[in-house]
Design a binder for this molecule. Structure first.
Ligand SMILES: [Fe+2]
Ligand SMILES: [Fe+2]
Length: 455
């Protein structure tokens, strides 16, 4: 897609040959001009993806979907299943103009009622575009009607967490099928959806059109948390085009750059989203000065302190923090996570098996506010760290994409500790009940209960 558009918009030949406007063009340029100036350059079929519900909140919802060509899009939505009361929200763009993108359409529904079901459908209008004065309508595709519920204190307290799918479609389908069966009110996608994303097609496939599971987020909204791999590759620098940021009005002006953090109520649960960033020190030679995670983590600390004091968050009987890299490890001397060159060979690795800086910055706040549980990812092996006298919060580490086998080539071997998980949280009988589902072996890997917090 990128190649086609580049040649269409920026290629000197075609621009000169926009000579439908009467300007001179060389014979070679004219030969490259499509017979119909609005027909587009490639002849590919116009297709659109299923809608993905993103960045859900009490009074807003993001809807993002993939498109195969330049598209102007909108969402029709209302409380009636037949959309007879529908309003329209147009795709986000710069002030005064709509978004107009060749890879995705992003629409934000605002002014919604908390804990309320809405029905919606997407409309995609292809626009043929040669230049501002040579454009026209193409095909229009109206999507099927789906529905979602907004978040809020009156919503049912039921979430799921998926993580570390790493663009591997078999484990991805296993976790998505389990999520559909459990039908939570919201899902946390706890990072490492990517490996490294160097081109837009890869990003679209990972976030909007996953193989065999394209309808994964049509009716259940996803709260996104970055993993370290989601910072890798040139195109993950433009992730906002595929994964919508949080609504700016959710945060203070001081925190304008913290577009991924969330603090939302889902029934009796306060859900806190934190970003642990990349997995090595910023000064690591592999990063070439392109990572500033340490300052990013410090900036989130002020946001977290304020979020935990918010009356609606403070009033929640249960509080759970979601982040990608664990912030505790029982063997911290093996993996300090903040050295280069393995600490001169002293340690097993120099990537952060757990995140020491985040522990130092955020754990005191989590403890002060009685946060009962941290749900992390990253280690590709399910684990539970029960609370202790020194660490009153529990930590669950979700499993990774391995399906009972690890290693490559001749070193490939069985490892029953490796399986993908869906971690389910639900308030039942006055307690937060958390179940770790092993979706490969079809069993429950762990089940834990938490009392309401006392703060
Ligand atoms: Fe991972
Ligand atoms: Fe990771």
């Amino acid at each position: 897609m990128a190649v086609n558009r580049r040649s269409f918009l920026a290629g000197g030949a075609l621009l000169a040959a926009a000579g439908a406007t009467g300007q001179a063009g060389a014979a070679a340029d004219k030969a490259a001009t499509p017979a119909n100036p609005h027909a587009g350059p490639d002849g590919r079929a116009y297709t659109v993806g299923e809608p993905c519900l993103q960045a859900p909140a009490e009074t807003s919802m993001g809807v993002c979907w993939a498109v195969s060509h330049l598209t102007n899009g909108w969402v029709e939505y209302g409380e009636k299943p037949d959309l007879s009361d529908a309003r329209i929200s147009i795709c986000e763009g710069a002030p005064g103009i709509t978004g107009f993108d060749e890879y995705s359409v992003r629409v934000r529904l605002t002014g919604l009622k908390p804990a309320t079901r809405y029905h919606y459908r997407t409309v995609s209008q292809q626009i043929f575009y040669k230049d501002n004065y040579n454009r026209g309508y193409g095909e229009k595709i109206v999507g099927s009607i789906h529905s979602f519920e907004t978040l809020g204190a009156a919503q049912r307290a039921h979430f799921c967490v998926i993580n570390d799918t790493h663009a591997m479609w078999r484990p991805f389908k296993l976790v998505i099928d389990k999520v559909k069966e459990l039908a939570p009110a919201a899902v946390v996608w706890n990072g490492d959806a990517s490996n490294r994303t160097e081109d837009p097609e890869t990003g679209v496939e990972i976030f909007l059109r996953p193989k065999d599971s394209e309808d994964f987020a049509t009716d259940i909204p996803y709260l996104w948390v970055d993993g370290n791999h989601d910072f890798r590759g040139i195109w993950n620098r433009y992730l906002d085009r595929l994964v919508m940021t949080r609504l700016p009005t959710e945060r203070a002006a001081r925190d304008w750059a913290l577009t991924r953090n969330f603090a939302v109520r889902l029934g009796e649960i306060a859900m806190i989203g934190l970003d642990t960033g990349e997995d090595k020190p910023d000064r690591h030679p592999q990063f070439h000065g392109l990572v500033v995670a340490e300052e990013y983590r410090r900036a989130q600390t002020a946001w977290l302190a304020d979020a935990l004091e918010r009356p609606d968050i403070k009033a929640a009987p249960f509080a759970v923090a979601f982040l990608h890299i664990p912030i505790f490890d029982s063997d911290p001397t093996s993996h300090p996570g903040d050295v280069t060159d393995n600490g001169g060979g002293k340690y097993k690795s120099d990537f952060a098996y757990w995140q020491k800086q985040c522990n130092e910055l955020w754990a005191p706040l989590l403890e002060r506010h009685g946060v009962q549980l941290v749900i992390a990812a990253h280690q590709h092996c399910y684990r539970y760290d029960a609370p202790t006298a020194d660490r009153p919060w529990a930590q669950i580490v979700g499993g990774g994409p391995d399906l009972g086998m690890v290693g490559r080539g001749e070193k490939r071997r069985k490892d029953e500790s490796r399986f993908p998980t869906v971690i389910e949280g639900k308030v039942e009988g006055g307690k937060l009940v958390v179940t770790a589902h092993d979706v490969f072996n079809k069993r429950v890997a762990g089940r834990f209960e938490y009392n309401p917090r006392r703060v």
